[in-house]
Design a binder for this molecule. Structure first.
Ligand code: IVH
Length: 672
């Protein structure tokens, strides 16, 4: 049979599978027997094994035994489930520590103590115990809201359904990792791409009876909500977790100082394959809970913990093509399209080439055999070319001179800080002129961290774009649902789910909305700072090219780079128009952070150097106690905290405006 005939047969089977998944999961109306469903899946696997080029993303190999169910109820985590920053080497680790020293304003010659734990590559879950009983269990979800999968979690024998120890807290969330052991995975290897997918797929199946069939494990490593936490150290908590009947890792340890961390990492990495489950690094958590508390978190990762990843796994494959990806901010990233290859359990068909210079340096050409590396969840990349396998006729690769999407000029930007040109080339168009950039902007707009629209993933955005259903972000709120319902793979239920998710997303905090606009250099933290300053969406709609952007310079944390980017963004007519249109749909809500702290309704500003604490920590303290930081001395300011060598102008102005001027001691008293 010819290749395209095989592909056709394969695609047909994949489409049938998609249809049956939808009937089963979204409409709850299967019209195929379990045996026939399994047969269909088997046929797909057999084709894939025989013809290696068959590689559809919807293959059950990549997703799950079944598609993830949309049937689970969502529930807010009482305390968000954070992620971890990554570190790869000594340098990263030292930087990680330096930030801790700076934040705590302590000398960097002490050896901090860490709880060191293997980072099991599974999926995390949160278990709520009320009066000793496992009452409900959630998946991580987006970190704020998870899926209620209590019954499925209860099938895991490592998870105690009841804890009777007298010192077990009355109300606590226990968190840990759900995973599958490698030898169990081998038995179902044909169904899943890797053990992690197997665990995730199994856990999110609709029927707990199905979950039981795959042996899942659970290792506990932290807590979420915890009434009256009396523990002083992470290592003490782990000991108690074990005593209470939870499984904890036998490889947990307490280690002081970076040198020892690195020695331990080297040793552990060598032995990691002896473990019966995948571990992709070691987690380091500052052992002292009071230090953790002081450090808090930035964006969605704690300042007090990091994941020290193991080095990568690699494999060889052939470069079939070099494609140029256009990012949301115009960055052009060359990507090697390679013959699909299994790199440590994950099928890889794309590997980043980073930028033009990298291609030149390594002289990577189409047709070359290259070494691919993949480390944990980091994007796979090309390490080197196997020159012995190079075809003599192969030609050097030349980077395009224009944006491959819109034909605009491409440039390398000059970085005034490093005094060098960036390595990245960028498309110079702004707004939504460049098709690829526009699609990426919309993907960002609806993504988890932004509007968080369930059911509007990257593939769906691309499909809607192809069908001309969307061109600009506001079109998300004007979708033609009748048309969507008739599309392949869609139906009444999925359309109503999408409609629901879109309507829900209209309620959003101002900082998230600003972040969702995808302005270059305005990440989550900067968006937050701007939102305090801008206050409401109307104020955003009036910003245009003649706005005095220097106003933003008053915001502590916003610098020249951000201002230039804001200027460029708001001077573009389409961007301004998009915000205006969006403001008609969007309903800005207040952040649901706690409002009952001691400093609620109070505003603060700091000038001068404080002793013993960093400015960052004071700010985070104020916010933790529900106070607000202002960026300039205005009538709205309640307290000006004055440290050593303050800006006299600010103090004088504050006194003129009859604002309370307090020193560090007085401020600390306010907090007790
Ligand atoms: S602590 C600070 N401890 O890693 C809170 N996470 O990237 C973060 N993980 O979602 C969680 N082993 O799935 C923590 N000993 C461990 C862990 C661990 C694996 C996973 C977990 C989390 C992800 C963070």
């Amino acid at each position: 049979m010819k290749e395209n005939e095989i592909k056709k047969i394969y695609k047909k089977k994949i489409n049938q599978l998609i249809k049956h998944n939808q009937l089963y999961f979204q409409k709850n109306k299967p019209n195929i027997s379990d045996a026939d469903y399994d047969k269909l899946k088997r046929e797909i696997f057999e084709l894939e094994i025989k013809y290696k080029y068959l590689n559809d993303k919807n293959s059950p190999r990549f997703s799950l035994g079944f598609a993830p169910s949309k049937h689970f109820k969502k529930e807010k985590h009482r305390i968000p489930m954070l992620s971890l920053s990554n570190t790869f080497d000594r340098n990263d680790l030292e930087n990680f520590q330096k930030k801790i020293f700076n934040f705590l304003n302590i000398k960097n010659n002490i050896d901090l103590e860490y709880s060191v734990e293997p980072k099991i590559d599974g999926i995390s879950a949160s278990l709520t115990y009320l009066n000793g009983k496992l009452t409900y269990g959630l998946s991580r979800g987006d970190g704020k809201e998870g899926e209620l999968i209590t019954e499925n979690l209860k099938t895991i024998s490592d998870i105690p359904k009841e804890v009777t120890d007298s010192d077990f807290p009355d109300d606590i969330d226990i968190r840990g990792e759900v995973f599958i052991k490698n030898n169990d995975f081998q038995k179902i290897e044909d169904k899943f791409a890797n053990p992690r997918n197997a665990a995730s797929g199994s856990l999110r199946q609709k029927n707990p009876e199905e979950v039981k069939k795959i042996p899942l494990n659970f290792i506990a490593y932290t807590y979420g909500y915890f009434k009256n936490n009396k523990f002083k150290k992470q290592s003490e908590l782990i000991k108690s977790l074990k005593k209470w009947g939870f499984k904890t890792s036998e490889y947990n340890s307490v280690i002081k100082g970076v040198d020892n961390l690195i020695k331990n990492h080297e040793k552990f990495e060598k032995n990691r394959f002896k473990l019966d489950y995948d571990v992709d690094g070691l987690v380091y958590k500052l052992n002292d809970f009071s230090l953790q508390e002081r450090l808090g978190f930035v964006a969605n990762a704690p300042r007090w913990a990091t994941a020290h990843k193991f080095s990568a796994e690699n494999a060889f494959s052939k470069v079939v093509d070099i494609a140029i990806q256009v990012g949301r901010t115009g960055a052009l990233t060359p990507v090697a399209k390679i013959k699909p290859v299994n790199v440590g359990g994950v099928i890889v068909s794309n590997a980043t080439l980073h930028n033009e210079d990298e291609i030149k340096r390594k002289d990577i050409r189409i047709g070359d055999t290259v070494k691919i590396e993949r480390a944990g969840d980091v994007i796979p990349h090309v390490i080197s070319v196997d020159l012995s396998k190079r075809n003599k006729q192969s030609k050097k690769y030349f980077f395009p001179k224009q944006c491959p999407s819109c034909g605009s000029k491409i440039i390398k930007e000059y970085n005034s800080q490093t005094k060098k040109y960036d390595a990245v080339k960028r498309c110079t168009s702004e707004g939504y002129i460049c098709e690829k950039m526009a699609i990426e902007k919309i993907k960002h707009f609806v993504s988890k961290e932004a509007l968080n629209i369930d059911g509007l993933g990257k593939k769906v955005v691309e499909k809607f774009w192809d069908l001309k259903l969307i061109r600009l972000p506001q079109h998300i709120f004007e979708l033609n649902y009748d048309k969507i319902e008739k599309l392949d793979g869609w139906g009444k239920l999925s359309v109503s789910n999408l409609n629901y998710a879109i309507n829900k997303s209209k309620k959003i905090t101002l900082d998230k909305f600003i972040f969702s606009l995808g302005i270059r250099h305005i990440g989550k933290e900067n968006a937050k700072l701007i939102s305090y300053y801008i206050k409401n969406i109307q104020n955003l709609t009036i910003i245009s090219s003649n706005y005095n952007f220097d106003n933003f310079l008053n915001i502590d944390g916003i610098g020249e780079t951000q201002i230039n980017s804001l200027k460029k963004f708001f001077s573009n007519k389409t961007n301004a128009e998009v915000i205006k249109k969006l403001s008609k749909f969007i309903n800005i809500i207040k952040d649901d952070i706690n409002l009952d702290g001691k400093l609620n309704n109070k505003t603060f500003m700091i000038t001068g150097k404080l002793s013993g604490v960093s400015r960052a920590e004071v700010k985070s303290l104020i916010e933790k106690n529900s106070g607000k930081i202002l960026s300039s001395v205005t009538k709205k300011l309640n307290y000006l905290i004055v440290g050593d060598k303050p800006t006299t102008r600010k103090v004088t102005l504050a006194k003129d405006l009859k604002i309370q001027v307090v020193n560090q001691k007085e401020f600390e008293k306010m907090l007790n």
